[in-house]
Design a protein around this ligand. Sequence first.
Ligand SMILES: Cc1cc2nc3c(=O)[nH]c(=O)nc-3n(C[C@H](O)[C@H](O)[C@H](O)COP(=O)(O)OP(=O)(O)OC[C@H]3O[C@@H](n4cnc5c(N)ncnc54)[C@H](O)[C@@H]3O)c2cc1C
Length: 418
Amino acid sequence: MTSKNWAGNFSYSATRLLEPTSVDELREMVAATPRIRALGSRHSFNRIADTTAVQVSTAGIPLDIEIDEAGRTVTVGAGARYGEFVRQLDRAGWALHNLASLPHISVAGAIATGTHGSGDRNGCLSTEVAGLEIVAADGGILTVRRGDPGFAGAVVSLGALGVVARVTLDIEPAFEVRQDLFANLPLTSLTDHFDEITASAYSVSLFTTWGEVGADPVWIKSRMDAPAAAVVSGKLFGASRVPVQRSPLAGAPAVNTTVQDGIPGAWWDRLPHFKLEFTPSNGEELQTEYLVPRRHAIDAFEAVRALAPRIRPHLLVSELRTVAGDDLWLSPSHSEDCVGIHFTWQQHIPEVTALLPDLDAALAPFGARPHWGKLFETDPARMPRLYPRLADFRELAERLDPGHKFRNEFVDRWLFGA
Ligand SMILES: Cc1cc2nc3c(=O)[nH]c(=O)nc-3n(C[C@H](O)[C@H](O)[C@H](O)COP(=O)(O)OP(=O)(O)OC[C@H]3O[C@@H](n4cnc5c(N)ncnc54)[C@H](O)[C@@H]3O)c2cc1C
C-alpha cells in the first residue's frame, strides 16, 4: 500500500488500510488485527499516524450527528471532518468554541494531537471534548466522560489507547464573527504590546517572517457580540486596518481564505482561515510549531529571531497564536496559557530537517512543547519534564492496551522513550 500524507512529504509504511463503515465493523476489525493504527485525514506532517502494520480510517463510519440541547453537546462519528457537520450544527443554533486554521481535518485526529485555533481564552480543540467512545484492543467499547478517572489522559492520546469511534463535544449558542486584517505591526509593538494585542479580540493571529516588521498581517477575528476596539478605530498599536481579502501565504490566491474585510458571518465560516471548498495550498509545505508558556513569549520570539538568517530562506510564513492552558495530560498547552510559534516552511526537506534541532535547542530553555502533528526534533529524554503527567499516561496506556496493539514507532519513541 502506498499512500502519502496531505503534504506528500512521506509515504505511509502500512501494509493495509481498513475502512469500516460502521462501529460494529470497526470493532470486529480491531479485535481481529494484532497491530493497528488509527488514521485521520492525513494532515500531520510526521509519522504519528504511521505503522508498519495495519491502518484503520474511521472516515466511512456515518456521521450520525446527535445534538443534546439540554446537555449542550454534540456527538459525531470521530472520523468526521469539522467541515462536514458545522453547518448543520449552526442551523440548529449551536457552535463549537473554536476551530483550527482549516476545516478539512478530522475531529479524532485534531483532538488526539491537541490541535488548536487562537484566542487568549480559547483552549485547544481537545478541551471541548466531553466524552469519547473508544474501541479497545479486544473490540469492546470503552466510554469515558469528562470527570471520569483517566479522562484527562484519554483525549490527547496520539492514537495510543484505541480507535475513537464517536466523540461528544461541548457546544454553545451560535455566534457571528468578523475578520479584519491589520498591516505592518511595528516590531516594538509586537514586543511591547503582545498581551494587549492578543487580548484585543476573540481570536488573533499574527503572521511574521522574522524580518524588520513585527507582524504583517495581524488577523483579528472578533465576535459580533463583542466587537474589538481596534476594528472600530481601525488602529492597532501602529498597524492599520486594510480593506482587503488576503491569504497568509504570499502568492496564494485570496479566494481560498474565509471572508475578511469586516463582513460578518457564521462562526464556522470565519474562525478557520481557509474555506472547506478549497485547500490552503497545493500541499507543498512543511510545518513545525512550538507551544511556549506565555510568560516566556517575548524571550522566545527573540530566540527565534536570532535564528532568522537560517530560518527565512526556507520559510513561507510564521504564525503566532495564543492558546489557553488546560488539564489534559498530553496537551502541548497543559497547565499553562501558551503562545504557539508556528512555521510554515517551503518543502525544503533536508534544510528544514537540519534546522529543527537548533530551533528546538533555542526554544528548550522556555519549556517549549512541540505540536504532536508537526515536524520537530526534541530529545525524547526531555518528554517527562515537559509532560508532568506522562507517567500517568504510560500507566493508562499499559492498562488499556497491554499487548501494545495501538503503538507505533512514534509513540514508542516520544511517549515511552524506546
Ligand atoms: C494545512 C494544515 C493546516 C493545519 N492547521 C492547524 C492549526 O490551525 N492548528 C493546529 O493545531 N494544527 C494544525 N494542523 C495540524 C493538524 O491539525 C494535526 O496534524 C492533526 O492531528 C491532523 O488531524 P488528522 O485528522 O489529519 O489526523 P492524522 O494526521 O491522520 O493523525 C493524527 C493522530 O490522530 C490519531 N487518530 C486519528 N484518527 C483517530 C481515531 N479515530 N482514533 C484514535 N486516534 C486517531 C492518529 O493515530 C494520529 O496519532 C494543520 C495541518 C495542515 C496540513
